[in-house]
Write a protein that binds this ligand. Sequence first.
Ligand code: FAD
Ligand code: NA7
Length: 523
Amino acid sequence: GTDSSKYDLIVIGGGSGGLACSKEAAKYGKKVAVLDFVSPSPQAPTLPVADVRVKKWSPPDNLVYYVDRRVVDHLLRGGSVWGLGGTCVNVGCIPKKLMHQAALLGESLKDAKHFGWNVPDNINFSWEVLVTAVQNHVRSLNWGHRVQLHDKKVEYVNAKGSFLDSHTIKAVLKNGTETTMKADHFVIAVGGRPKFPKEVPGAIEYAISSDDIFSLKKSPGKTLVIGASYVALECAGFLTGLGYDTSIMMRSIPLRGFDQQMAQLATDYMEGHGTRFLKQCIPVRIDKADDGLLHVTWKESVTGETCQEPFETVLFAIGRDPETLQMNLEKAGVELDQQTRKIKANDEEQTSVAHIFAIGDVVQDRPELTPVAIRAGKLLADRLFGGSDVAVDYDKVATTVFTPLEFGTVGMSEEKAIECHGEDNIEVYHAFYKPLEFTVPERKVEQCYMKVVCLREGDQQVLGLHFLGPSAGEVIQGFSAAMRCGLSYQSLSSTVGIHPTCAEEVVKMHITKRSGDDPTVTG
Ligand code: FAD
Ligand code: NA7
C-alpha cells in the first residue's frame, strides 16, 4: 500500500516459528515487525516480599547496574517470565536438554569408577549452579535473537498483540501503552502454555509447570510430577537423575500417541532407576501446610482409595493450551477448533481469513516441535514473498523423547501401522541389545530395544522406526532422512554397520516378531 506506516507482514509471537518467518520475510526486503510478549506463569512467589525489597533496593549508590524489568517483575509477582525466543529457547527444548545432560553426567560419574576414574564416594550436586548455568545460556540465546532481528532489519516489539479488525492489531507494551499497527499479511505464531486443572483446588496456587522448573531458584526437593506427557516423563527423568525423590502420577497410559511398547519400556527403565509411578491415580486437591509442604490428595481410580502425601514441589505436565483466547481472533474472523481452541489452517498455513496465517504449536493437527514451526515459518515467507510454492510435509517427522533412556522415533507406531494396513500386512523386526558402554560398568538395562515396522510385501517399505537407548536423537535423525527417500527393509539390512555403535543394531535387525524367536542380540 501507499501508507508508509503499514507493514508488509506482522508476526505475532517471537518463538521458533515467528522468528524464522519474520527473518525470512525480511530477506526479501519486506517491512516486517514481530511482536513477542510473555505473560507470567501463575507460579506463587518463591521469595517472601521482604526479601524482594532487599534484593531490589540493596545496590550501593555508586554502582551503575542494569536490572532487566522482567527479572524485577518476576521477583515481585512470582510468576516466571523470560526473554525473546519463545518456548523452545526459554522453557522447552534447550533448558530441558541441558538438565537431561546434567542427569546423564551423574550416571556417567558412577560409570567412570568402573573405567578407572577415582571418583570420590560422596560427590554432591548443586541445583543453584545448574540453574545459573542453564539460565546464562538461555539469556545468551535471548540476546542472540535480538541481535539477529536487528541485523536482518526486523522490527521487534515487546508487546502483546490482539486483533481490532482483520487488518489492524493492538499492541500493548509492558507499561500499558497501546499502539495500533496495520499490515497486509499477519502470521499468528503464539504457541501455547502449560495447562492447570481447574477442578483441582490448590493446583493453580501452589503447583508449578515446565514454565517454572528451569529457573526455579530453590532446589525442588521431593517432587510430584502429574501427567504422562513427554514433558512429564522428561522432567521426572532428569529430577530423578539429579538425585531428587521424584514421583509421577498418571491417570492412564504413558505417552499417548506414541508406540506403546516403546513407551512402556521407557517408563519401565525409569521405574527401575528410581522414579516412583503412581499409576491410575487422579489428583484431588493440594493444600499448603504450615511447614510449607504441599499435601497432595489423590484418588486411586481402580480401588477408589484416597491417599495423601506431602511434597516440596508439585509440577503439572498435563498438556498445553494454545494462547488464542486473548487475541480477539473473532474480530478478525479467524476460526478455531471448537474443542482444542487451536487455529484451523490449511496445508499452506492459511487460516479462515485469506491474509492471516498461523504456524507452530498454535495450529490444529501439527506436530508440536521446534523444527516443524521453524520450517513452517520459513517456507511460508518464501511462498508469500519469494514466489515459492513449496509447503511443509508434516509426514514422517522424527522426534526424540529425552527420558533417562532416550526414545527416538519416526513414522508410524506399530499400533498405527496395524490400524492402517492390517496385522497380516506388516512385518516388525526387533532387537534387544546391550550398548558396549554399559558392559564395563555392568549397568543392568533390559530396556535397550529397537524395532522397525515395515510393509510385509515386496522390498518391505519401512513405515516406522523406534529406538530406545543412548543418543537416540543422534541415531534416528539419519534414518529419518533415509525414510523420506523411501527406505525399505531390503536397503536397510543391506547397509553395512558402523562398529561398535548402538546404531549399527538398526541395520542388523533380522528377527521378526511373527517368528516368536528371541530378539536378544548376542555376541
Ligand atoms: P513458541 O515457541 O511457544 O513461541 C510463541 C511466542 O509467542 C512466545 O514467546 C509467547 O510468549 C508469545 N506470545 C503469545 N501470545 C502472544 C501475543 N498475544 N502477543 C505477542 N506475543 C505472544 N520441541 C522439540 O522440537 N524438541 C524438544 O526437545 C522439545 N522439548 C520441549 C520441552 C518442553 C518442556 C516444552 C514445553 C516444549 C518442548 N518442545 C520441544 C516443543 C517446542 O518448544 C515447541 O514446539 C515450539 O517452541 C513451538 O514454537 P512456536 O513458534 O509455535 O511457539
Ligand atoms: P498431551 O500429549 O496432550 O499429554 C497430556 C498428558 O497429561 C497425558 O498423559 C494425559 O493423560 C495427562 N492429563 C491430561 N489432563 C490431565 C488431568 N486433568 N489430570 C491428570 N493427567 C492429565 O500433551 P503434551 O503437551 O505432552 O504433548 C503435546 C504434543 O506432544 C502432542 O501434540 C504430540 O504430538 C506429542 P491421558 O493420556 O489423557 O489419560
